[in-house]
Write a protein that binds this ligand. Structure first.
Ligand code: SF4
Ligand code: SF4
Length: 185
């Protein structure tokens, strides 16, 4: 006599398969029907990288440190972006501008070192909102993949936009769409 610890045990009776079930044909045809029906439905996948998925209008990606009209760095190393950053991804070292550096930095104090750890960043955009100098913006660019973690520490060499006006990073599209969305609320 078999013992059971609880009364929840159930006796399972294996049902004999019918001849049609043994052929597996109805199941195979049913499965193929499901597959074929998907050929005529709208594709939910993209042939990346040939076809890129359109981003949301307010997508926030890789940062840029902007220059002013005269090509000077706007950042004054006030540290507000670092304080606002919930991920503690921003670090900087400030320095005093010298007289012969007025064409390089807009303010008397500037960031000698400015780094963002892209692995820590959650792309919340709080640094952009906190900046009183309109110096830092998030863009619609993606941080490129890399095998080396150190490569994700982005310094000024990667963050500050080029002096050349034609090579500056365009943030107008993203900020316009963001402002539109805010005004529609
Ligand atoms: S986007 Fe957010 S998480 Fe990333 S650096 Fe700016 S404040 Fe920090
Ligand atoms: S980016 Fe803006 S908030 Fe951050 S240190 Fe520079 S001026 Fe201050």
């Amino acid at each position: 006599m078999a013992f059971s610890l609880t009364n929840r045990a159930k006796q399972i009776h294996k049902k004999e398969m019918t001849t049609m079930e043994k052929l597996y044909l109805p199941a195979i045809l049913g499965g193929m029907g499901v597959t074929i029906s998907h050929f005529f439905k709208k594709k939910r996948t993209y042939q990346y990288p040939e076809v890129k998925r359109p981003f949301a209008p307010v997508f926030r990606g890789l940062h840029v440190l902007k220059r002013d009209e005269e090509g000077r760095e706007r950042c004054t190393a006030c540290g507000l972006c670092a304080v606002a950053c919930p991920a503690e991804a921003i670090t900087m070292i400030s320095a005093e501008r010298k007289d012969n550096e007025k064409n390089l930095y807009r303010e008397e104090k500037y960031a000698a070192v400015y780094e963002i750890n892209q692995l820590r960043c959650i792309f919340c955009g709080l640094c952009e909102e906190a900046c009183p100098k309109q110096a830092i913006y998030l863009t619609d660019r993606i941080t490129p993949a890399n095998y080396n973690r150190n490569q994700f520490i982005y310094g000024k060499d990667l963050l500050v936009e080029p002096v050349d006006r034609d090579k500056r990073v365009d943030i107008t599209k993203r900020t316009e769409k963001y402002q539109q969305k805010e005004s529609n609320r």
